[in-house]
Design a binder for this molecule. Structure first.
Ligand code: GDP
Ligand code: IMO
Ligand code: MG
Length: 434
């Protein structure tokens, strides 16, 4: 059991394989805690051929005895939560006694979903391509100081009734010709509160005590650095801090509690939804990556946009998050390609840039600067030792490391837990040995 607390988070645009990496590292930790996002996340984990897709519940839940925490920074749709819990129960996973939900987490209400869809429709061509889960509107209410928190569902009923009445009438003013009645919403919330009651916890205190006992905690990110509300490709982002700062605010833990940061990055790049993707491919090559990588959204089923590995992006993520190491996933998807490219900069009308810009406009006409490396013909699929990888694959990884400035301590060569390389002498090996 590790006594180093580590954060595992997305270094690109999401769907890097965080779920798989968190699941395979979980046996070394007592607790896995989600710090932001909501059920817009879709973290897929395969265990001996059985597929689990986790949305709100941390990806540590598949290991018996591990406590899973949903932090205050997460927005919780109770309906989605119960659906996920019921689905896990059907697959033989019992969350009772192992799940804790922050009393300060904000609740996604049914009309947040409607507002999400409406806001996208109003943006028209400028739409974000959200997951339509009501994430943005729920965070808007939180920041607007009119949100409803988990503790409100269990507190004074008159106060909750006032809040719901106020919120529903505000919503009715936004949605034309709408006359939603507040009372059924209120009744539903009371029911949700009762079902959650036993799990509701002072999460900051719980984590503080766990860490004081020397039991390691893993902080699990959803979405990714380039989807972060502050550091991502704004406005084509999600509405929370997916990067490492979110750990502290989203769980009530101090920065010093974070002993290590692991960024998860694919051996290429994908993105779902709108917004810039400088290395995006089209045609046969894009289809090839999409099909062999099964690049379809775990939450919405949307095809993911695919492109080459972008070292500018991962270097940027390394800086923002202070990455100690990268877990490089889906190396096997590149098996059989004759050539592989790495982007090291963008050629814009104002010259070549090598740092990710705040203003996205130059990116729309930017040309990626590529290095081309030879591919490999023998498969990496299922390889568990670095030295057993084809020489060209090792060379590709080494070049990625140089260009992004971070060591790839973990290399994933398939979706199963066992299809993983932990590099000897890496920082991850040290964390796990602590
Ligand atoms: P997350 O949101 O970051 O947890 O990632 P997703 O679960 O949305 O998407 C990653 C997908 O890639 C999942 O279907 C995983 O099962 C799969 N996956 C993860 N690692 C590997 C790998 O090394 N090779 C292959 N082929 N698939 C992988
Ligand atoms: P995981 O945790 C990939 C994207 C959406 C959209 C933008 C805003 O599985 O990596 P939102 O519904 O959050 O308001 O949508 O963010 N997005 C994700 N893309 N992986 C995710 O989660 C995502 N969660 C949201 O596609 O572009
Ligand atoms: Mg996902």
């Amino acid at each position: 059991m590790s006594n180093t607390n580590i954060a595992v988070l997305g270094a690109q645009w999401g769907d890097e394989g965080k779920g798989k990496i968190v699941d395979m590292l979980t046996p070394h930790f007592s607790t896995v805690a989600r710090y932001q996002g909501g059920h817009n996340a879709g973290h897929t984990v395969y265990v001996k051929g059985a597929k689990f897709v986790l949305h709100l519940i941390p990806s540590g839940i598949l290991h018996p005895g591990v406590t899973c925490v949903i932090g205050n920074g997460v927005v919780v749709d109770p309906q989605a939560l119960f659906k996920e819990i019921d689905e896990l129960a059907r697959m033989g996973i019992d969350v009772d006694g192992r799940l804790r939900i922050s009393e300060k987490a904000h609740v996604i209400l049914p009309y947040h979903r409607e507002l999400d869809v409406l806001s996208e429709a109003r943006r028209g061509e400028r739409k974000i391509g959200t997951t339509s889960r009501g994430i943005g509107p729920a965070y808007e209410d939180k920041v607007g100081r009119r949100g409803i928190r988990v503790c409100d569902l269990l507190g004074d009923r008159d106060a909750l009734a006032d809040e719901v009445r106020e919120n529903v009438s505000a919503r009715n003013r936004i949605i034309k010709d709408s006359t939603l009645d507040w009372k059924p919403v209120f009744d539903q919330l009371i029911g949700y509160g009762e079902r959650m009651r036993d799990w509701v916890t002072d999460v900051s205190l719980f984590l503080h005590e766990t860490m004081k006992e020397g039991k390691g905690v893993m902080f699990e990110g959803a979405q990714a650095t380039l989807l972060d509300i502050d550091h991502g490709t704004y406005p084509f982002v999600t509405s929370s801090n997916a990067s490492v700062g979110g750990v502290c605010t989203g769980l009530g833990v101090p920065p010093k509690a974070i002993g290590g940061v692991l960024g998860v990055a694919k051996a290429y790049t994908t993105r779902v939804g709108e917004g810039p993707l400088p290395t995006e491919l089209s045609g046969e090559l894009a289809d090839r990556l999409r099909e062999s990588g099964q690049e379809y959204g775990a939450s919405t089923g949307r095809p993911r946009r695919c492109g080459w590995f972008d070292a500018v992006v991962v270097r940027y993520s390394a800086r923002i998050n202070g990455l100690d190491a990268v877990a490089l996933t889906k190396l096997d998807v590149l098996d059989g390609l004759s050539e592989i490219r790495i982007c090291t900069g963008y050629k814009t009308s104002a010259g070549t840039i090598t740092e990710f810009p705040a203003d996205l406009r130059p990116l729309s006409s930017a040309e990626p600067v590529y290095e081309t490396l030879p591919g490999w013909s023998s498969p990496t699929k299922g390889v568990t030792q670095f030295d057993a990888l084809p020489a060209e694959a090792r060379r590709y990884i080494r070049r990625l490391e140089e260009a992004s400035g971070v060591d790839c301590a973990i290399i994933s060569t398939g979706s199963d837990r066992s299809e993983t390389i932990v590099k000897r002498g890496s920082v991850v090996e040290q964390w796990l040995a602590d």
